[in-house]
Each structure stands twice: as structure tokens, then as C-alpha cells.
Design a binder for this molecule. Structure first.
Ligand SMILES: Nc1nc2c(ncn2[C@@H]2O[C@H](COP(=O)(O)OP(=O)(O)OP(=O)(O)O)[C@@H](O)[C@H]2O)c(=O)[nH]1
Ligand SMILES: [Mg+2]
Length: 354
């Protein structure tokens, strides 16, 4: 399943510009029927240059990159959680995402009107945080009576009620749910509440073009990805060579999409491993620190259930030695068992039996 990211921010900060650029550039994953999903949901490929290198060796029928799903919603304004503006009714659309990407206006263009509640990046972020916190308080207000009933019916449900109440008072003090100190069990129970401020958040600083090469602005202990939505929307009009030249002129190596996708992977502690065969070369997304059976389970639950062994080559060996046969001949094709912690980029082949 694709990693999904909800885009939030004040009105007119460049959310849709960024979303459109991301979605167009990445192209829709072929196996995803666009017609059946909301127009504000876009699935984009995660660019990974290693896939092409592997394909040059294996000559597969197709290359299948990992994907990230972005969900664009209307701008949030002060009071959104009380029904002000449009954003509030769309917040439900991002309740199921894995992370939140907040676009913050840093660009100066006087022609683009700032929303009335927009003053500067810090106060803009405070406004958004307040609205997300208020939305979560609304969620808790609706959830708590049900949890009380369940706790009365069965004592085993009491811890779920307790954490909901702790979260309520934490959020009432203006904090994000994610920063509350919780045990693993509490965290799991909290997860079932689908709170927006439980999700990891990354900030896109929508900066002026000439600020792209500079140090990114810092935001208290948060991941900040400097992007120019305007540049991204220009990049998608170019063919790959022109786009590379344009990026080079700006002193950049990667497009905003690549940087953003990578930042999201890092934020969520994710990495890729590859499968390479005649049919396809494919990137799979797995947790950092995952062991071989869990990685196998990303392909199919049968692979995890019936896991026997994994044949593994590191990406570097695979490329240097020209593929599986070369790795085997050089003794670099390893057999790994169920305790093997999968590193980023390994080329894997699973043996299983169900
Ligand atoms: N100069 C400049 N203008 C931008 C940039 N990004 C967006 N804009 C302009 O800002 C205006 C608003 O952009 P949108 O992408 O529609 O903003 P939004 O955040 O989706 O706005 P809402 O959906 O209303 O909340 C448009 O006129 C864009 O062309 C940027 O990086 N630089
Ligand atoms: Mg928009």
C-alpha cells in the first residue's frame, strides 16, 4: 500500500500548485484507477535512480517504483474547526493518512494575496496547529462518550478511555498529541483515535526561487523541506534534460518531489528494498529495522507466514558484479534467515512455503 500524505496549510500558500506539480510529474501509477478516486488524491512515483541501474542489468518487462499518495485539501483558516471556511469539512479526508505535510508561505510575491490571518511563517504555523488541535479535540469529544460506555461494559476497555482523557487534557493545553509521553500500549490505543496531531509532520517551506540554494529555514525541531512550488510547476513543463539543466542553473541536484519523498521516508523511518526479475524490477517500502519476514510480508502475507529464507545481494554488489549470477560467482549472494535485518537497497529473493 502506498504511503499517504495529507497536505495542509493556510489558503493561498501554494498547496494545490505543489500538489499539481507533484502529481503531474510523478504520473499516476498505472495500476491505480484515477477515475474512482477523488480528484484531490494523487499517486506519485517515488523517484529512485537505482531502479534504472538494476533494470539495465536485468532488462525487465517493466520498472515499478514505490509510490506516495498525496491528498490536497482546501486551506485551513482560523476557526476552521468551528466550521469557518472550507478546510474543516475536508479534514476528514486526511484522517487516514500516514503523515501530514504542512505548506508554509515563505515566498514574498506581493501579487499573491496573503490570507487575512497570515502574518509570518511562525504565526501561520501556530494557526494551523491550533486548528488541527481543535479538530482533534472535536474527535475526542465525540469518541469519549462511546469509550465510557465500552469501559462500563467491560473493564478491559478502561485503558482506552484513560488515554483518550489524558490526550484531551494535553490537547486542551495546546499541545500536539504526538508529543504526549505514552507507553507502547497507550500509543496503540491512541492510534485507533485517528488524531491528526498524532501523525508525524513535515514542513514544506514554499520559498522564493532564489532562496532555493540557501540554508533551509529552521522550524523548532522539525523537518523542513525548502521547495518552490512555482519552480516545481515550471519543471513539469520541461522534458527531462531541460529540467536537469534548469535544476543545475538553480544549483540543485534533485527536484522538490525527490527531496520531499525522501524526507517523508526518513520522517516515517522507511526505506526500500528491491526485487529484480525478468517480469519486473520493483521497489518495496519497508520499515527501517524490519527483519526479512516482515519485508517479505510487504509483497504478500503468505511470504511472511511461510518464510524460509531470503537470497540477498547488496545493491552495490548487484550493480558492480552485474546481477545475480555475478554475485553468486563472487560469493556475494547470501542466504539470510528470519533474524536478518534488511538494509536499504538490498536486492532480495524470498523462499517460502505455505
Ligand atoms: N510567487 C509564487 N507564487 C506562488 C507560489 N506557489 C503558489 N503561488 C501562487 O499562489 C496562489 C495560490 O496558490 P495555490 O496553489 O492555489 O494555493 P493553495 O494553498 O492551494 O490555496 P487554497 O486551496 O485556496 O487554500 C496562486 O496564484 C499561485 O500561482 C510560489 O512558490 N511562488
Ligand atoms: Mg488549493
Amino acid at each position: 500500500m502506498a504511503l499517504s500524505i495529507g497536505i495542509v496549510g493556510l489558503p493561498n500558500v501554494g498547496k494545490s500548485t505543489l500538489f499539481t506539480a507533484l502529481t503531474k510529474k510523478g504520473g499516476l501509477a498505472a495500476n491505480y484507477p484515477f477515475a474512482t478516486i477523488d480528484p484531490n488524491v494523487g499517486i506519485v512515483d517515488v523517484p529512485d535512480a537505482r531502479l534504472q541501474k538494476l533494470a539495465d542489468i536485468v532488462h525487465p518487462g517493466r520498472i515499478v517504483p514505490a509510490t506516495v499518495e498525496f491528498v490536497d485539501i482546501a486551506g485551513l483558516v482560523k476557526g476552521a474547526s468551528e466550521g469557518e471556511g472550507l478546510g474543516n469539512q475536508f479534514l476528514a479526508n486526511i484522517r487516514n493518512t500516514d503523515a501530514i505535510c504542512e505548506v508554509v508561505r515563505f515566498f514574498s510575491d506581493p501579487d499573491v494575496i496573503r490570507h487575512e490571518s497570515s502574518v509570518d511563517p511562525q504565526s501561520d504555523m501556530d494557526t494551523i496547529q491550533t486548528e488541527l488541535v481543535l479538530a482533534d479535540l472535536g474527535t475526542l469529544e465525540r469518541a469519549i462518550p462511546k469509550l465510557e460506555k465500552e469501559a462500563r461494559r467491560d473493564k478491559a476497555n478502561a485503558p482506552r478511555l484513560a488515554i483518550a482523557k489524558r490526550l484531551q487534557s494535553w490537547l486542551n493545553d495546546g499541545h500536539r498529541a504526538a508529543t504526549l509521553d505514552m507507553s507502547d500500549e497507550e500509543r496503540a490505543a491512541a492510534h485507533d483515535l485517528f488524531l491528526l496531531t498524532m501523525k508525524p509532520i513535515l514542513y514544506v517551506a514554499n520559498v522564493d526561487e532564489d532562496a532555493l540554494g540557501e540554508e533551509p529555514p529552521t522550524i523548532d525541531g522539525a523537518t523542513v523541506v525548502p521547495i518552490s512550488a512555482k519552480v516545481e510547476s515550471e519543471l513539469i513543463e520541461l522534458d527531462p534534460e531541460e529540467a536537469a539543466d534548469f535544476l543545475a542553473d538553480l544549483g540543485l541536484e534533485h527536484s522538490g518531489l525527490e527531496t520531499l519523498a525522501q524526507a517523508a521516508y526518513d520522517l516515517l523511518g522507511l526505506q526500500s528494498y528491491f526485487t529484480a526479475g525478468e517480469l519486473e524490477v520493483k521497489a518495496w517500502t519497508v520499515r527501517k529495522g524490519a527483519k526479512a519476514p516482515e519485508a517479505a510480508g510487504v509483497i504478500h502475507s503468505d511470504f511472511e507466514r511461510g518464510f524460509i529464507k531470503a537470497e540477498v545481494a547488496s545493491y552495490d554488489d548487484y550493480v558492480t558484479l552485474g546481477g545475480e549470477a555475478g554475485c553468486k560467482a563472487a560469493g556475494k549472494l547470501r542466504m539470510e534467515g528470519k533474524d536478518f535485518v534488511v538494509p536499504d537497497g538490498d536486492v532480495m529473493h524470498f523462499r517460502f512455503n505455505v
